[in-house]
Structure formats: structure tokens, C-alpha cells
Design a binder for this molecule. Structure first.
Ligand code: PCA
Length: 198
């Protein structure tokens, strides 16, 4: 049995829910031969990657899949790359708004996800949910988490990646992009199924 640490974030930016955690917390405890250990992490620079690392020390996962909200996107978007930059447009949940800071001083500019991103996109599309590969996780807390984990687990054999998910229908005005909780959950389950594919 493989173990996957899967995380979602708490609400931020004035929202009262975060679809990432709403979907993650409802996932089953196992999908086939893959056990899921679910954790909520704070939308706070520094504290978010620290929370995932603490959970990973506890869970000893074979792979880590972090999930976050990307309001405005219409599809589920596995992220291809994390970059060494924190630059916030809005404050995080601790009131911090870093401007042009590094995630890891003197770290490389970027790391590619070590999850099979293309397979994940195919699997989610096959499950009937809109999905596309993304080449930017932004410069807010989600990107910080992705970069910090890829840096920490480089060369370790622990696979690391990130999926952004759209707003839920109740978070948006008519006409704005959103996806149902059922669709987001189905997407995450489909992605998990292929995490250990080559
Ligand atoms: N989305 C934010 C941080 C927390 C979340 O769910 C982001 O995209 O950086």
C-alpha cells in the first residue's frame, strides 16, 4: 500500500470556504492500493510549507499532493512548476504580504513537479472533468508550498506536486467560472489513481 499525504487550505481572501479543503476532507481514506492522509494547512507564508513538512514527518508518505483554490480558473489545473518567488497581491491569513522575496534564498529559480502531471491531466479528463496543465502556480502561498516541498524532497524519492481547483458555485456571481464539489472530488480521485504511474 502506498501512502499519499494530501492537503487543502483554509479559506483566505475574504472567502468563508476553500474548495481545496472541502474536496480533500471528503475523499475516502483509500483509493485502491493508495492510502490517503488528509490535512488542512493554513494560508500563511512560511507556516503552510512548515505544516506540510510536519505532517510528512508524521505520515512518511510516498507522495505529497497539495491542493489549492485558484479563483477565476474554469478547470482543474495540475501545476507543472514551482518558482522561487513570493509576491503577494493580497495579505495571507497572518496579514503578511511579501514582495519579491525568495522561497529559498540562493535556491534554483524553479523546480518541476515530480508527479506525473500529464498522466494526471489525462486521468481527470477521462473522468469527465475539465482539466489542463498549468505552467504557473502563481506567486502566493500555493506556489511557495510547491517550491518549498520540491526543494526539501529533491532526490529523496518522495514525489511532490500541486493541483489548483476552481471556485465552488456558491463563491461566484453568475457567469463566473466554477466547478461543483462533486466534480472537484472526482478530479482529485482520478489524479490520485495515477500518482505512481511513470
Ligand atoms: N490558494 C492560494 C493559497 C491558498 C489557496 O487555496 C494560492 O493559489 O496561492
Amino acid at each position: 500500500m502506498k501512502r499519499v499525504l494530501i492537503t487543502g487550505f483554509d479559506p483566505f481572501g475574504g472567502e468563508s470556504i476553500n474548495p481545496s479543503w472541502e474536496a480533500v476532507c471528503r475523499l475516502p481514506d483509500a483509493i485502491g492500493e493508495i492510502a490517503l492522509c488528509k490535512r488542512q494547512i493554513p494560508t500563511v507564508f512560511g507556516a503552510a510549507p512548515a505544516a506540510v513538512l510536519a505532517a510528512a514527518a508524521d505520515v512518511r508518505p510516498d507522495a505529497i499532493l497539495c491542493v489549492g483554490q485558484a479563483g477565476g480558473r474554469a478547470a482543474v489545473t495540475p501545476e507543472y512548476v514551482g518558482i522561487n518567488l513570493c509576491h503577494a497581491r493580497i495579505a495571507d491569513n497572518a496579514g503578511r504580504k511579501p514582495q519579491d522575496e525568495s522561497v529559498v534564498p540562493d535556491g534554483p529559480a524553479a523546480y518541476f513537479s515530480t508527479l506525473p502531471v500529464r498522466r494526471m491531466v489525462e486521468a481527470v479528463l477521462a473522468a469527465g472533468v475539465p482539466c489542463a496543465c498549468s505552467y504557473s502556480a502563481g506567486t502566493f502561498v500555493c506556489n511557495e508550498v510547491l517550491y518549498a516541498l520540491l526543494h526539501h524532497f529533491r532526490g529523496s524519492g518522495v514525489r511532490v506536486g500541486f493541483i489548483h481547483v476552481p471556485f465552488l458555485p456558491q463563491q461566484v456571481e453568475t457567469g463566473q467560472p466554477s466547478l461543483s464539489l462533486e466534480s472537484i472530488s472526482a478530479a482529485l480521485q482520478a489524479a490520485v489513481t495515477v500518482l505512481f504511474d511513470e
